[in-house]
Design a binder for this molecule. Structure first.
Ligand SMILES: Cc1cc2nc3c(=O)[nH]c(=O)nc-3n(C[C@H](O)[C@H](O)[C@H](O)COP(=O)(O)OP(=O)(O)OC[C@H]3O[C@@H](n4cnc5c(N)ncnc54)[C@H](O)[C@@H]3O)c2cc1C
Length: 301
């Protein structure tokens, strides 16, 4: 068995909706929370050798899981929380909580991650999405990342050896982030903490945090706000099944209780078609849709 001898939690036939802030998704054949990077690598190698599908998620705040569930192994990085502080810098494993790191750096008077207070992702997920808000992005703090590639190689890449753009990282789909080395600027502790409090207040006022969601669904097209376009097209409050365009923020789709992945995808497609027709603008999704449907294979995970 692939997970024999591994440290950390293992669950079989686990509801994926528990791993997603959208609270959507069918059963995962196997879910594993590795406690060390060595264990993550071992499982990855064993899965490759037996051709078992394997994927890595963080805090599930930017993913839409399929209703049919997922076969193979779903790795969750959230127990990989090793951290080592340097001088205005930190080495941190992929599963560490972004918002917590932002708060801890702020307490030290270190500036750079203020924007991240209130973003419910992991460091690995934040790097893959180049998470950002309020004019800041995680890319501006990255010095280097340790990565695992499809051929099994582990590479430490400096910031100039891969690319970031708006909600884009060139590693996405090619490598897993195991650990990151981040830098900060010297700042004014009280000012940093004050900025973070204000950002949190704005989020509570403008975002439908009372219902399950995955943040902004669409990227802002160049020169436009996706939320304003969707609102102007009359989508606020409209729903398909249990998925509804938030009344508070038109770029958020909320789960009103029993939303399925199909409901969300149907709503996304309807909005995209309408915006294309009305404004000749092609909306692109920001969320990641993990749609490797359940396949039945004869092998023992
Ligand atoms: C209420 C709310 C507000 C939000 N606000 C913002 C915001 O202001 N700005 C913003 O940018 N985002 C925002 N988001 C979206 C989300 O929180 C970020 O994109 C976050 O960085 C995703 O991290 P995660 O750990 O949840 O990633 P997940 O959702 O777990 O994964 C996202 C993708 O990254 C991949 N991935 C995860 N970890 C790794 C890894 N270690 N190595 C390789 N691939 C990996 C996954 O396979 C998946 O494809 C918001 C979400 C919510 C629910």
């Amino acid at each position: 068995m692939i997970l024999d001898g591994m440290s950390g939690r293992v669950e079989k036939n686990y509801p994926l909706h528990k791993l997603s802030t959208w609270r959507i998704g069918g059963p995962a054949e196997t879910v594993y929370w590795p406690e060390t990077i060595e264990d993550l690598l071992k499982v990855w190698q064993r899965a490759q050798a037996r051709e078992i599908p394997v994927r890595l998620i963080g805090r599930g705040s930017n993913v839409l899981f399929p209703d049919e569930g997922l076969s193979g192994i779903t790795l969750v990085s959230t127990s990989l929380r090793g951290i080592s502080w340097g001088d205005h810098s930190v080495r941190v494993e992929a599963g560490y909580t972004l918002a917590r790191l932002a708060q801890e750096a702020g307490e030290l008077g270190w500036s750079g991650l203020e924007f991240a207070r209130g973003i419910p992702g992991s460091i690995g997920g934040a790097i893959m999405m180049n998470a950002g808000a309020h004019g800041g992005e995680i890319s501006s703090c990255v010095l280097s990342v340790s990565t695992l590639w499809a051929d099994g190689s582990i590479k430490k890449l400096k910031r100039d050896e891969f690319e970031f753009a708006y909600r884009f990282c060139s590693l996405r789909g090619h490598a897993w982030v195991l650990e990151a080395h981040l830098k900060f600027k010297a700042g004014e502790r009280e000012q940093i903490l004050q900025d973070m409090r204000e950002y949190l207040t704005k989020r509570t006022a403008n975002q439908p945090l009372e219902l399950p969601n995955a943040g902004s669904v669409f990227r802002n097209p160049p020169g436009h706000s996706a939320g304003r376009l969707i609102e102007a097209a009359g989508w606020k409050g409209r729903s398909i099944g249990g998925a509804k365009v938030s009344e508070k923020h038109a770029n958020f789709i909320v789960n009103t209780g029993l939303a399925t992945s199909s409901d969300v995808l149907a709503l996304i497609e309807a909005i995209k078609t309408d915006i294309q027709l009305k404004y000749d603008i092609s909306l692109q999704t920001e969320i990641e849709s993990i749609l490797t449907a359940r396949v039945n294979r004869r092998r023992d995970v």
